[in-house]
Ligand binder design. Structure first.
Ligand code: F6P
Length: 360
């Protein structure tokens, strides 16, 4: 059946956005070449302001390997009320109402949104507001509940692993401690997986508050064992035992406005040991570049399953992954939930047996 389907990418970019959209559109057109796809520009902003492009088959050609998003993206609209960029909010109606109005004005049959936690919350509100929504789980953080995996995560793990692999040589040559700060402000999936994949000696994640004195002790044990270097993989949202109950302002003050957690940890360690310590922060590099082969396959499967759900009229769902299977999870059950690393996660348990220190 020929449908009118909107599509948008929202929130921080990640590898696999384009390959997912390619999967959705190809499967929709395979079902009916007369289906019309509207690509909203720059995330929910495009939906709010009816800013879109009619998408054609050629738009999705050659983008399987392309990083970023051909539609552009922005952080979700509800958090940026005072942002001058967004001053042109439609008058007299809320942003949510403006988005629903665009959906209705265009008589869309469905809207497919690609994004992380914030995107998902808005997707749920749109769904409750009467729009036919399918959400596709994107984030390098892998922190969405209801799915084993989000796309972008494995690609970011590969990049972060390569970074630490590269650091190993300098760490070994100079006999240094390296602190590598990886993305993940609320969860430690990326630091955990990249840390284990690259043989990091210490892994510090938000789910396990660390004790700096114990970190130093672990590094000193390695020195005594005549290991010339140590690698610490730390998630950007990791906190020490003193910091866990601090609010944002207290934390800033306590960290003496150090740029990020890795530099703060460097200061803490330097007070307690004499070994040279260096910091490496790959930052947004982790979200860049081509999706890994794994993510290309995952996003193709997710995209096709999203198209299946649209064709079947099965809305208000996130397409997720459970083992090898694609699943459809009601947005209302998961919107706003964060999937954290549990302390008995098999990767944590295996790493502990390998002698990896988690700071506790
Ligand atoms: O949610 C993905 C993520 O990359 C986080 O890991 C990170 O804390 C944040 O986005 C960075 O956001 P921005 O791109 O807006 O600086």
């Amino acid at each position: 059946m020929a449908l009118k389907v909107g599509m948008l990418t929202s929130g921080g970019d990640a590898q696999g956005l384009n390959s997912t959209m390619r999967g959705v559109s190809r499967a929709l057109w395979n079902d009916d070449p007369e289906t019309k796809i509207f690509g909203f520009l720059n995330g929910y902003y495009g939906l709010m302001h009816s800013s879109y492009r009619h998408m054609h088959d050629y738009d999705f050609s050659g983008i399987l390997t392309l990083g970023g998003t051909i539609l552009g993206t922005s952080r979700q609209p509800f958090k940026i009320v005072n942002d001058p960029l967004y001053d042109d909010q439609p008058e007299g109606i809320t942003r949510l109402e403006a988005m629903i109005q665009t959906y209705n004005d265009l008589s869309l049959d469905a809207l497919v949104v690609l994004g992380g936690g914030g995107t998902q919350k808005t997707a749920n509100l749109l769904s409750l507001g009467g729009c036919n929504i399918i959400h596709l789980p994107k984030t390098i953080d892998n922190d969405l509940s209801g799915t084993d995996l989000t796309f972008g995560f494995q690609s970011a793990v590969n990049i972060a692993t390569e970074v630490i692999d590269g650091i190993h040589t300098t760490a070994t040559s100079h006999g240094r401690v390296f602190i590598v700060e990886l993305m993940g402000n609320r969860v430690g999936w990326l630091a955990l997986h990249a840390g284990v994949a690259s043989g990091a000696d210490v892994i510090l994640i938000p789910e396990i508050p660390y004790n700096p004195i114990k970190v130093v002790q672990a590094l000193q044990v390695r020195e005594k064992e005549k290991k010339r270097f140590s690698i610490i993989a730390i998630a950007e949202g990791a906190k020490s035992i003193e910091e866990v109950n601090m609010d944002e302002d207290e934390l800033k003050e306590y960290r003496k406005n150090t740029h990020s957690v890795a530099y703060h940890l460097q200061n803490q360690l330097e007070e307690l040991m004499i070994q040279e310590i260096r910091v490496c922060v790959p930052g947004h590099f982790q979200r860049g570049g081509t999706p890994s082969a794994f993510d290309r396959i995952l996003t193709t499967k997710l995209g096709v399953e999203a198209a299946n759900a649209v064709i079947e009229g099965d809305f208000g769902k996130m397409i997720g992954v459970a083992g090898q299977k694609m699943i459809r999870v009601p947005l209302q059950e998961i919107a706003g939930n964060t999937k954290r690393v549990s302390l008995d996660d098999p990767v944590i348990l295996a790493a502990r047996k390998m002698g990896v220190f988690f700071g506790d």
